[in-house]
Design a protein around this ligand. Structure first.
Ligand code: PMP
Length: 429
């Protein structure tokens, strides 16, 4: 048994499923997860001393590579002044100022401790602001584990939500309406059938959570105008796309202005941080400025703010990061496409900037139903073949890769080579 396997056996006795977040358990691909000891730059190292090229990067935050020196230094400096005060600090003001300057639609912002907290708070604020109860989300979009978001995806646009997870009440689920991604007509029907009842529409402006799925031309514009027409608060969940697809996230890249934005991952530089922000009149509903309650003992934590500030300042001051991420994404796309052509495989690649998914299906993938046509056992074999070749991918077909700027051209070539070999191995097994 490897050390990772031994640790996993013990972990299963102590932690539900052996992990503190489900996807880590490798259930979707089989086998036993790697237990990670450290990471630096483009590499991650497991407990058995093996190294892997990183294409997960903590599911997004490590956009500059692991243990990026300015972030590390900022944390080292901060810990000399104690770890938490539960009182306001200068760094929180600097953080708010920086986020507002980077993200086009954000006029005021509140820091929280995770993406889940950000989305839960954002819909509460939208409900408080509009005095309405229902929300619309898209099938296959993930917005954290708040009750309102854990709603079955498959039951079609016009159906009332059914709880996806035991523990979510029917009453909560009934307030969440779902539509297929990229389907404006379905959204319109929901809005008309629930006239003056929908508080918010939340979406990933580029989806990462059914694999990478792009908004079709006109989709985001159409959503914006439907929300305007029906008085619905439009929430862009930019936990994945924020500070990744552009300095100002997907909203900058696509030129669409949401009312509220939820953020996470990169914003904390790897520390547990989230944030939500947006229009001043809506954000002024939040306690203590307004009546909508939301709080956190560790919110705006000084160590987390220091890491996040160092990260965002680097991104803000170095636009070259974004051109390099585009270049890396394009190189991977081209390399993978060439291999697919060579092997005669009709699979689909969705890529935008540094978000990327190879879908093992012939269908073009623009919503969750398309993504679900993938050959999942084939993906499992491919995933393990990639691991054997030293490439660390997300352990599920329904995830995006998150590339970092630490990936050199030489490493990109290694990934492309490993991909071609792994596809061949997966197909013959
Ligand atoms: N929204 C999106 C778009 C996400 O991808 C995630 C997490 N992957 C979340 C919200 C929840 O964030 P967290 O895991 O930090 O609670």
């Amino acid at each position: 048994m490897t050390t990772s396997q031994q640790l996993f056996e013990k972990a299963k006795e102590l932690i539900p499923g052996g992990v503190n977040s489900p996807v880590r358990a490798f259930r979707a691909v089989g086998g036993s997860p790697l237990f990670i000891k450290s990471a630096k730059g483009p590499y991650i190292y497991d407990e058995d001393g093996r190294s892997y090229i990183e294409l997960i990067n903590s599911w997004g935050p490590m956009i500059l590579g692991h243990a990026f020196e300015p972030v590390e230094q900022a944390v080292r400096d901060a810990i000399q002044h104690s770890f938490s005060f539960g009182a306001p600090t200068r760094k929180e003001v600097e953080m708010a100022e920086l986020i507002i300057s980077m993200v086009p639609s954000v006029e005021k912002v509140r820091m929280v401790n995770s993406g889940t907290e950000a989305t839960m708070a954002a819909i509460r604020v939208a409900r408080g602001f509009t005095g309405r109860d229902k929300i619309i989300k898209f099938e296959g979009c993930y917005h954290g584990h708040g009750d309102s978001f854990l709603i079955a995806a498959g039951s079609g646009a016009m159906t009332m939500g059914v709880p996806d997870s035991p523990g979510v009440t029917k009453a909560t689920a009934a307030d969440t309406l779902t539509a297929p991604y990229n389907d404006l007509a379905a959204v319109e029907v929901l809005l008309e059938n629930n006239h003056n009842q929908v508080a918010a529409l939340i979406l990933e402006p580029v989806v990462g959570n059914m694999g990478c799925v792009l908004p079709e031309p006109g989709f985001l514009e159409g959503i914006r105008s439907l929300c305007d027409k029906h008085g619905v608060v439009l929430i862009f969940d930019e936990v994945m796309t924020g500070f990744r697809l552009a300095r100002g996230g997907a909203q900058e890249r696509f030129g669409i202005t949401p009312d509220l934005t939820t953020m996470g991952k990169i914003i904390g530089g790897g520390m547990p941080v989230g944030a939500y922000g947006g229009r001043r009149d809506i954000m002024d509903m939040v306690s203590p400025a307004g009546p909508v309650y939301q709080a956190g003992t560790l919110s705006g934590n000084p160590i987390a703010m220091s890491a996040g500030l160092a990260m965002l300042r680097h991104l803000n001051d170095n636009p070259g990061v974004y051109s390099r991420l585009e270049e890396i994404g394009t190189k991977l796309h081209t390399g993978f496409s060439n291999s697919l052509a060579k092997l005669g495989l009709p699979f689909t690649i969705n890529q935008i900037g540094s978000m990327f998914t190879l879908f093992m299906t012939e269908r073009s993938v623009s919503n969750f139903a398309d993504a679900k046509t993938c050959d999942l056992p084939l993906f499992g074999r491919y995933f393990h073949a990639m691991l054997e070749r030293g490439v660390y991918l997300a352990p599920s077909q329904f995830e995006s890769l998150f590339v970092s700027v630490a990936l050199t051209d030489e490493l990109i070539d290694q990934v492309i080579q490993a991909n071609e070999e792994s596809l061949t191995v997966a197909l013959t097994n």
